[in-house]
Each structure stands twice: as structure tokens, then as C-alpha cells.
Design a protein around this ligand. Structure first.
Ligand SMILES: Cc1cc2nc3c(=O)[nH]c(=O)nc-3n(C[C@H](O)[C@H](O)[C@H](O)COP(=O)(O)OP(=O)(O)OC[C@H]3O[C@@H](n4cnc5c(N)ncnc54)[C@H](O)[C@@H]3O)c2cc1C
Length: 538
């Protein structure tokens, strides 16, 4: 077993700057912003984000938000689609909440005048995406839903007097008292340590996509929130369940730009380098099969044909429709010399979504008192082993609001200030090339913990990570990059061990040596914490 540091850096609440808030929210994606919007205006809120407010997965979301709004749809049908995609691992109670509260949250966004796309009669246009049995994807500016939603929510939050926004501010660690109750956070503002004491700490810090070499996620997704939660004793769950998106642009100048699921939803077809429409051989729903199946099918086709990419073709659709429905994708591809109304788009799978996260209940409560989590950082188990497209923005909305309502109803007696400090026993400074180290880890994660996994590969990966952790545990970390690297190693270690333990294939987790789903032994979640080690929940 690898050991993890309790605190990443040295600090002292006696000499470092100290601030007091009722609520600290880490992250300005949909989960963090929407939580802030729903908090009581009497509460003093700190909203902390690593870069500027707009840098997040949310900002890149294209397809939209799933909600059962059409006359032929219902929460029950949305529920069934979500459960089916999740390959037997969705938590039915949590999914029920997700789908039952979808429409009321969309109505709140509409009341906030978020400009979702409307048809000529003023009705919301509902898009189609893979594995949804109904048209239920609400979108804005065609394929710029995430940017529109986060800009709008960001604008609203900036107007609130009770919210103080800390941009370019880095969460390092979560502080706890002797009872292991969370009492605040240690943050870094321009290399300056600041301790914030708060009764409520909300992690909305997103996933861990940047652990992979090929990912649609931005650099901020180094799993800091999950790693800090593990260091303070919280449980994480489903960390091995990582979704790979089938259609990410594969161009020498860009291998991370997402070609939305909605492109296949609107009729896009996949061809291999021999010009064959291969998906019909893999699944009755062909291009509209669940993401894990399409990603794996592409992986096998690439191996079979010896190519680096396949092609997504929408040239048979009306060019005006394409430009209007996918303005962002059209423009981005055009900049790279691909006119998608006339040419096929080269695509390959890449990491896209982290299903695992900090174990949480229906009010976003974690296993550490006063610590809440929502959005992609959370382990709500609503996505099971394979997230249904466009359910994650919805998850951030539904559980963000629930957390806010829970906090609003709590007694806000201040946390007691305890003198808290950490002095490192190690005298050795960090002397590795951190950029090279990070790239080394990312390559190994993609190679051994990617779309297809094996015992041998995962063991190699674990040995590598343990060897790096052992070195880092003897060193003092100081820069943000060094802490991020440590966080990535921690998350990689937990992920790889869970993937090794799960001796079956399910949803996005595919083991070449155990290619079948094993409901007798593995219809359960793997949970890890520093306090209890590995546990299983059903
Ligand atoms: C290209 C792309 C397209 C997508 N399309 C869709 C879609 O159409 N529909 C859908 O439902 N989902 C989509 N998703 C998934 C969805 O966007 C995310 O799951 C969701 O936005 C996560 O929201 P979040 O608020 O939890 O996290 P994020 O939006 O990722 O926000 C995390 C925040 O935490 C901050 N943070 C992280 N670490 C620290 C730290 N140490 N200190 C301070 N701040 C920190 C980050 O800077 C960021 O502000 C897409 C994802 C991508 C990448």
C-alpha cells in the first residue's frame, strides 16, 4: 500500500493570513456556481477557483442538459435510459432524484433568462443524443451550452454582495479538527498561504481527466478536490470508472476538441479507414450505441485497420442545418482546414468524464462532517459504470441546489478556530522536472488504465506510481504544479488499484482478461479511504 501525506505543504494558522466565511465553494463550473446561486444571501460565501472563472469542463460542454420535457417523455423514461446506460451500477435512489428534479431546475434556469435555443413557435428545441430513447437535450447557441450557462451563472454570482470570488486561487488541503470534522481549507493565492475557516465546505472542483494524455478536459482537471478529500479522510468511490468519448478530433494541431455526441444524434455516421460503416457490426443501435461501446468499437477498428483515427461523416445533412446546429464545431474544424459540410471529420476516442469521486449522499454530504461535494467531483453513483450523455450538467444543477438548500437550513454556529499547522519532517526540496513527470504519468495512464485494461498493464502502472510516490513523500512540495502532480499520483494510484480489483468488464471499464460483466461478484462499488482502506458498497 502506498502512503499519502496528510498535508501537501507547510502552513500555520498562527502566522498565515486567516479569513472567515460561512461557506467555501471550490470551483466555478456549473456545480459551484449553481450552489452559490441557491445559497441564502445572508450567508457569507467564498467562491474559490484555480484559474479564471470560465476555465472549467462546464465551459466546454457542447451537447446540452438532459431533461424529460417533451410530451412523449417522462422522468420514468429518463430514469430507465440512465439506468440502462449505467450497466447495473447506478444508484436507483440517486437517479430517481436526478430525473425527478430535472424539470424544476431547468425552469429555474429559464426564469434566470438563460437563452436556450427555441424554435419558431418559441418552444425549447430538444436535441437527440446516443442512448436516450427520446429527444430531451436542451441546448444554447447550438453547441455552446456550457459556455452560455456558466457565463450567465457567473454573471449572476458576481452581482451578489454576499459572495467573494477568489480567482487564480488554489485549494491545497481541507482542514479538520480532532473529531475529523472539516473546519476550513488551506488555499494558495499567488504563492501566499491563506487559511479560510468555514462551517460548510463545498467541493465542486471537477474530475480527474487531465490524468490522461488524450482528454477533452482542460488542464485544471488534476483531481485536486478528490485528492484533498482523501487526505482529510473522506471516502471516494468508483474511481476506476472513467468514460472515454468516442469522437474527439484527431488532427495534428488538436487532439482534444470534442465532436459532440449530438453530431451522431443528428445522423452522423462513423467510417473506418477502409470506408466501412463499422458500427453496424458492433451494436443494433450502431452510431447511437452507448458511449463505452462506440469507444471500444473504434479502439478495435483502429487495431484491426492499423490506423490512428476513424471518420465521422455528416456531409449527407443539409449544410445550413449543420452550420446552425453546430456553429462551434463547424468553425473550429474550418480553422483547421476541415469543412464538415463537405468533408469527413477525423476522430479518435479520448478520456472525457470521471464517474468516480468523493462518496456523497442525496444532500451532497460526504463521509466527513461539514464537507459537501457536487458535480463531477462527486461520487453520487447516478452514472453507474457509464454516464448517459448530458446527464452531468444536470447532476451539477440538481445536487448543487440540494446542497445549498441543506446548508440554508442548518444552524450556522461558527466553527471553533483551532490553532492548526503542519511542519514537514522532510528537508529535501523537490528536485524533479515536474512537467516531464506529469507527462510521463499521463502517458502511462492512457496506456495502462485507458479504454482496454489488463492485469499486467495495471500492475506496471501501480509499480510506477508507487515508486514516484515514495520519492515525493521524502520531498517538500512547494509549487502548485508539484502539488497537482502529487494529487494526480494519488488519484492514479487509487484508480489503478480499483481497476485491478474489478475483475470483470462493465460499462466504461473493460478488462481484456475478464471481458464479461460479472453480476454475481461485481455488481458493487469499490470505496477507498485512508482511514478504512478498501470497502465495498452495493
Ligand atoms: C468538451 C466537453 C463537453 C461536454 N459536454 C457535455 C454536455 O453537453 N452535457 C453534459 O451534461 N456534460 C458535458 N460534459 C461534462 C460536463 O461538462 C462536466 O461533467 C460538468 O461541467 C462538470 O461540472 P463541475 O462544476 O462539476 O466541474 P468543472 O466544470 O470542471 O469545474 C471545476 C472547477 O473547479 C476548479 N478547480 C479544480 N481544482 C481546483 C483547485 N485545486 N483549487 C481551486 N479550484 C479548483 C476548476 O478551475 C473549475 O473552476 C462535457 C465535458 C467536456 C470536457
Amino acid at each position: 500500500m502506498a502512503e499519502f501525506k496528510r498535508f501537501c505543504i507547510e502552513f500555520d494558522s498562527g502566522s498565515d493570513e486567516v479569513l472567515n466565511f460561512d461557506v467555501v465553494i471550490i470551483g466555478t463550473g456549473v456545480a459551484g456556481l449553481y450552489t452559490a446561486v441557491n445559497l441564502d444571501k445572508k450567508l457569507k460565501v467564498a467562491l474559490v477557483t484555480k484559474e479564471t472563472m470560465q476555465v472549467s469542463n462546464t465551459n466546454l460542454a457542447q451537447g446540452g442538459i438532459a431533461a424529460p420535457l417533451s410530451h412523449d417523455d417522462s422522468p420514468d423514461i429518463h430514469y430507465m435510459d440512465t439506468i440502462r446506460a449505467g450497466s447495473g451500477l447506478c444508484d436507483s435512489h440517486m437517479v430517481r432524484i436526478l430525473v425527478d428534479e430535472a424539470i424544476e431546475n431547468i425552469n429555474i434556469l429559464l426564469k434566470m433568462n438563460i437563452p436556450f435555443d427555441l424554435d419558431d413557435e418559441g418552444e425549447i428545441v430538444l436535441g437527440q443524443e446516443g442512448a436516450h430513447s427520446r429527444r430531451r437535450i436542451i441546448h444554447a447557441s447550438g453547441d455552446a451550452t456550457g459556455r452560455i450557462v456558466s457565463e450567465h451563472l457567473g454573471h449572476v454570482v458576481k452581482s451578489y454582495e454576499n459572495v467573494t470570488i477568489f480567482e487564480n486561487t488554489f485549494l491545497v488541503d481541507i482542514l479538520t479538527d480532532e473529531q475529523n470534522t472539516a473546519i476550513g481549507v488551506l488555499i494558495r493565492i499567488k504563492n501566499r498561504n491563506v487559511v479560510i475557516f468555514a462551517k460548510n465546505i463545498v467541493l465542486a472542483s471537477g474530475g480527474y481527466g487531465y490524468l490522461y494524455k488524450y482528454t477533452t478536459n482542460p488542464e485544471v482537471t488534476t483531481g485536486d478536490g478528490c485528492a484533498a478529500a482523501v487526505r482529510c479522510g473522506a471516502k471516494v468511490v468508483d474511481m476506476e470508472l472513467v468514460q472515454f468519448h468516442p469522437t474527439v478530433l484527431y488532427h495534428e494541431k488538436n487532439k482534444s476538441f470534442l465532436i459532440s455526441e449530438a453530431v451522431r444524434g443528428e445522423g452522423g455516421l462513423l467510417f473506418n479507414s477502409f470506408g466501412e460503416r463499422f458500427m453496424v457490426r458492433y451494436h443494433p443501435l450502431a452510431e447511437l450505441a452507448p458511449r463505452d461501446i462506440v469507444s471500444r468499437s473504434i479502439y478495435f477498428e483502429l487495431q484491426r485497420t492499423g490506423s490512428e483515427n476513424v471518420f465521422l461523416d455528416i456531409t449527407h445533412l443539409d449544410a445550413n442545418f449543420i452550420r446552425k446546429r453546430f456553429p462551434n464545431i463547424y468553425q473550429k474544424c474550418l480553422e483547421l482546414g476541415i469543412d464538415i459540410t463537405k468533408q469527413r471529420i477525423p476522430v479518435a476516442p479520448a478520456q472525457h468524464y470521471s464517474m468516480g469521486g468523493v462518496l456523497s449522499d442525496e444532500f451532497g454530504r460526504t463521509t466527513v462532517e461539514n464537507l459537501f461535494v457536487c458535480g463531477e467531483a462527486a461520487g453520487t453513483r447516478v452514472h453507474g459504470a457509464n454516464r448517459l450523455a448530458s446527464n452531468s450538467l444536470l447532476e451539477g444543477l440538481v445536487f448543487g441546489r440540494r446542497i445549498a438548500q441543506y446548508i440554508n437550513s442548518r444552524s450556522q454556529k461558527n466553527v471553533k478556530h483551532i490553532a492548526i499547522c503542519h511542519r514537514s519532517l522532510s528537508k529535501k526540496e523537490f528536485d524533479l522536472n515536474v512537467a516531464t513527470e506529469i507527462e510521463g504519468l499521463r502517458s502511462k495512464m492512457s496506456e495502462y488504465a485507458g479504454i482496454v485494461r489488463t492485469k499486467e498493464g495495471l500492475e506496471k502502472l501501480i509499480d510506477y506510481i508507487v515508486s514516484r510516490l515514495e520519492i515525493l513523500n521524502t520531498m517538500r512540495l512547494s509549487t502548485q504544479k508539484e502539488i497537482e502532480y502529487y494529487n494526480m499520483l494519488m488519484i492514479g494510484y487509487i484508480l489503478a488499484n480499483a481497476a485491478l480489483m474489478r475483475k470483470e468488464s462493465r460499462g466504461s471499464h473493460y478488462r481484456k482478461d475478464f471481458p464479461y460483466q460479472d453480476d454475481v461478484n461485481w455488481k458493487k462499488h469499490l470505496v477507498y479511504s485512508n482511514i478504512y482502506g478498501w470497502e465495498e458498497i452495493f
